[in-house]
Design a binder for this molecule. Sequence first.
Ligand code: UDP
Ligand code: MG
Length: 329
Amino acid sequence: MNKITIIVPCYNEEEVIDLFYPAVQEHVSKIPDCEFNYIFINDGSRDGTLNKLRELSAAHDNVTYLSLSRNFGKESAMMAGIDYADGDAVIIMDADLQHPPSSIATMIKYWREGYDDVCAKRTDRTGETWLKRSCANIFYAVMKKFSTSYEMQRDVGDFRLLDRRCIEALKLLRENQRFTKGLFTWLGYHKKEIPFEVQPRAAGTTTWNFFALFNLAMKGMTSFTTAPLRLMTFLGITVSFFAMIYMIFVLTMALLYGDPVAGYPTLMTVMLFLGGIQLLALGIIGEYLGQIFHESKHRPIYLIDEIDGKRMIYKEVLVPFERNYDKKN
Ligand code: UDP
Ligand code: MG
């Protein structure tokens, strides 16, 4: 008998929680030799999500909820679930039923064949705007070019099954600026991709907008490669090289031909161009500096307010699930 923990981060999902549990339960109850439990993480929702979770956990023995002290973001919410999961494997799913529960059986099949990380790969991005699609393309292209030691998986999100050894490894990576998708790749182990079609949201609205995605992409870039810094060095060398050639040209024209090369337009162009490059380089350095700033404080990734109605204090947060928390008392 295998124990599988389903981790569900929830932020303002009151409308979907009641739909989620029966929809998933219907599929997982048919999987042989498996026992499922659920950990819902209330990521500081402002609506009735917490009350819904209280009701759900009271009604079902296999449901636990963690409520964070505020909104920490999906990446941190997932980590809270991973810290507290007690299954032989975990499955991370969105609460909005965009991740079809029918994929779970396939994930478990491959897990039993020996794969440690069975990830669901979306087969089409047609539902998305042109802008979002192009940005995703650029992001993956840049990451592919820059990260040499391992390749970022394309169109693969957080919907996946992780073996216990991936979970234990992930728990060691306690960085604050989390780009979980990259962390999964970093772990390695035996990966298997299975295709799935993203479903429309069951209810409610998405919390992601263009800027949130841009921030996530920047986080991904700055936490997994320092290649942009190197790129700036090369750019600096190249620009200096051309500046030198241009200087020789100007000097030659002035000394040999007495031609005082037209000043204003050239100056303006060069000044603006160099100013732009300098700002860009500073910005890139700033991004990395920001990362260091956040990491150097070593703040916890999340704080838990309550677990199944029990008020928690921070000291308890990082203690392993088994010793720390027993649902029955
Ligand atoms: N989520 C979260 N914290 C946040 C934002 C989102 O836990 O700050 C959860 C959300 O409840 C959902 C999942 O992350 O279960 C994916 O969010 P959403 O559906 O809004 O994103 P999309 O599917 O559009 O990428
Ligand atoms: Mg969604």
